[in-house]
Design a protein around this ligand. Structure first.
Ligand SMILES: O=C(O)C1=C[C@@H](OP(=O)(O)O)[C@@H](O)[C@H](O)C1
Ligand SMILES: C=C(OP(=O)(O)O)C(=O)O
Length: 408
């Protein structure tokens, strides 16, 4: 795709039904568990997201060097998977991936008996993974305030350890619903675990083969909520979303109720309708960090003041998302400032709606979070192909509801 894309909507009125991509988080857990089970499982509706397509390919690859590209779950889950299965692999990724920390996971795996060496900077990919000589250690203390993906990676391999695993989580538990999603998926494939206080215990057990259908992605749904909030009129149905979901980003339903979108759950998914929005919000993103960009972009456009906490992990994702957001909202005369440690305030300014242009920082969520502003006036999105990581058909889906797209 081209280097930028111009987006506009002639009427601002949105009607239609959208089949969202499947959740890459659910799909990637199902793929790893299925590979660890050593049996065939029928997995349906695997995500078309690059992160999932990539993991499917890599699990079949017998190459010595494995490129996890920019996919955090792929890098972290495969580190644990290759370690426990004793596969000699060099695991690398994009330049950015090699700046995203992995030390907590590597140290935990080493304590369990994995042999892992850093090929570059200590604490970061690329990694060289060697033979597994079980240490027999059962109890591990692991920091849980950097990335929940380390915990999920350890949990999925836990039933294969001869003694099982007892993980004592230290510090704040960030992205907790993703840990719970991992445990739910493990349970679906026949493995029981116990999460009490800050300790998760998994006995030595065998995964069973099972059928699993991946749900639509609630994180992807968040951009459609923004579109509805900014439309003049809207009646949008999103297919395949479940009211009771494994995904923590279902929290978008309650957040968007306050930002002007009413959700009606139907047999086929959700129907989104417009309502009044509030003027000042306080939100904690500890459980749903991937929603932060959606909310910042939308509130800047709506002129809603927001106090935000729980944003710590945003600095180590596809880009430094705090910095990227600060630059982009400043280009709209708004500001996002850390007012006291850990508390950010979004102060919306007067928005000039002509020729808005947004950079995307190799981050799919920057592109999708700011695209809905095209309902206010023409918008240019730089490097639009970034959406392939989680939602490759995003631009085509916008065309289905009347957006006009010119690729430059
Ligand atoms: O386990 C997962 O599928 C994910 C966990 C979260 O990461 P952190 O645990 O690093 O916050 C989330 O941001 C990411 O998009 C997907
Ligand atoms: C942070 C994300 O993904 P990952 O950490 O898996 O690269 C994301 O999709 O927003």
């Amino acid at each position: 795709m081209s280097d930028s894309l111009s987006l506009s909507h002639p009427t601002g009125i949105l009607n239609g039904s959208i089949k969202l991509p499947a959740s890459k988080s659910e799909a990637n857990r199902a793929l790893i568990i299925s590979a660890l089970s050593g049996q065939e499982s029928q997995l349906h509706n695997l995500s078309e997201a690059n992160d999932t397509q990539l993991l499917q390919r890599l699990l079949k690859s017998d190459a010595e060097t494995i490129d996890a590209e920019d996919a955090g779950t792929v890098m972290r889950f495969l580190t644990a998977y290759y370690a426990i299965t004793g596969q000699q692999k060099t695991l690398t990724g994009t330049e950015r991936m090699c700046q995203r920390p992995i030390k907590v996971l590597v140290e935990a795996l080493r304590e369990l008996g994995a042999s892992i060496d850093y090929q570059g900077e200590e604490g970061y990919p690329p990694l060289k993974i060697g033979a597994f000589t079980g240490s027999g250690q059962k109890h591990l203390k692991v920091r849980s305030d950097i990335s929940s993906q380390f915990i999920s990676a350890l949990l999925m391999i836990a039933p294969l350890l001869p003694e099982g695993l007892e993980l004592e989580l230290e510090g704040k538990i960030g992205s907790r619903p993703y840990i719970e999603m991992t445990l739910s998926l493990m349970q679906h494939f026949g493995v029981a675990a116990n999460f009490e206080g800050n300790t998760i215990s998994v006995a030595h057990q065998k995964y069973k083969s099972a059928e699993f259908t991946v749900e639509s992605d609630w994180s992807a749904a968040s951009y459609w909520y923004s579109l509805v909030a900014l439309a003049k009129e809207a009646d949008i149905t999103l297919l395949g979303l479940k009211e009771y979901s494994f995904q923590g980003d279902r929290a978008i339903v309650d957040i968007m109720y306050r930002l002007g979108v009413y959700t009606e759950f139907t047999a086929e998914g959700v129907r989104l309708l417009k309502k009044e929005h509030e003027r000042h919000l306080s939100l904690d993103f500890s459980d749903c960090p991937d929603l932060a960009q959606t909310i910042v972009a939308l509130c800047t456009a709506l002129g809603v003041h927001v106090d935000m906490t729980g944003l710590e992990s945003l600095r180590i994702k596809e880009t430094d998302r705090i910095q990227a957001l600060q630059i982009e909202v400043l280009s709209m005369n708004s500001s996002l400032q850390e007012i006291t440690p850990g508390v950010f305030h979004l102060e919306p300014g007067i928005l000039h709606k002509d020729n808005l242009s947004f950079r995307t920082y190799q981050d799919h969520r920057m592109a999708m979070a700011f695209a809905p502003l095209a309902l206010l006036g023409p918008v240019t999105i730089q490097e639009p192909s970034v959406v392939r990581k989680s939602y490759p058909r995003f631009w085509e889906d916008l065309e289905k509801v009347g957006f006009e797209i010119i690729t430059n």
